[in-house]
Design a protein around this ligand. Structure first.
Ligand SMILES: N[C@@H](CCC(=O)N[C@@H](CS)C(=O)NCC(=O)O)C(=O)O
Length: 232
């Protein structure tokens, strides 16, 4: 069975697309029409009861949650991560989980504060300010990590952690459009170098084409102009 990636342009499914492209795997990309709230339609909820994008259909069933899909793919295909028995595995895993359950979650709250605290504008602004402070501190830690010469982050061998981090950097620069001034990639030179290096890969060129991401999707991103679907 060919993998089926349920995606919307420039959504978290982009991270999975990058991994699939990097692994050179065949897959079908199935558009989830965000403009029609298709992620909450019964057919989608049957494969992802949380109604979130992405979901990857596999021969072993549907896998959801970005971090879980990345880990699953890296284990199935023995690539894009230190091997399970290797000395580096624990270090790699703790940072992958930190990205998935802390940084990505904070970004979700930045994008959709109303889902957490209601639609009051003043409240949302306050929440976003708090998140910006926290994200800046996390970015500074990640930048230091990226400069430490690990084999599993910002090295010549690409990992799912690299792909996850550069996509989050992209979103920090773009979303929500009204509140991105806090972010400057120049403040984290190691992450800047990572973003610049990853976007030159041929796997990324294919993702750029599929989702209309522009030539520098991580180091100097612009809003997507996808051939189908919409980011929101
Ligand atoms: N924890 C989830 C978060 C995924 C997520 O936030 N997806 C967004 C798109 S980037 C989504 O589905 N948003 C639609 C919604 O919240 O209704 C994961 O890692 O897969």
């Amino acid at each position: 069975m060919t993998y089926r990636l349920h995606y919307a342009p420039d959504n978290a499914s982009l991270i999975i697309r990058l991994a699939l492209e990097e692994l050179g795997l065949a897959y079908d990309a199935v558009l989830v029409e965000r403009s029609k709230d298709a992620q909450r339609a019964p057919a989608y909820l049957a494969i992802n009861p949380n109604g979130l994008i992405p979901t990857l259909e596999t021969p072993q069933g549907a896998v959801f949650e970005t971090g879980a899909i990345l880990l699953w793919l890296s284990e199935q295909h023995n690539a894009l991560a230190p091997a399970p028995q290797s000395r580096q595995r624990g270090e790699f895993l703790k940072w992958l989980f930190f990205i998935s359950n802390t940084v990505h979650t904070e970004m979700r709250m930045m994008f959709y504060p109303d889902k957490y605290i209601g639609a009051d504008l003043a409240d949302c602004t306050k929440l976003r300010r708090g998140l910006q402070v926290s994200l800046k501190a996390h970015l500074s830690k990640l930048d230091a990590l990226a400069g430490e010469g690990h084999s599993w982050f910002n090295s010549a061998t690409v990992t799912v952690l690299d792909l996850y981090v550069v996509t989050l950097l992209r979103w920090m620069a773009l979303y929500p459009a009204s509140s991105t001034k806090w972010f400057s990639l120049n403040e984290t030179p190691h992450l800047h170098a990572l973003a610049t290096r990853i976007e030159l890969r041929s796997s990324v060129a294919r993702a750029i084409k599929a989702e209309g991401l522009g030539a520098t999707p991580f180091s100097k991103p612009r809003y997507a102009t996808p051939p189908e679907g919409s980011a929101t």
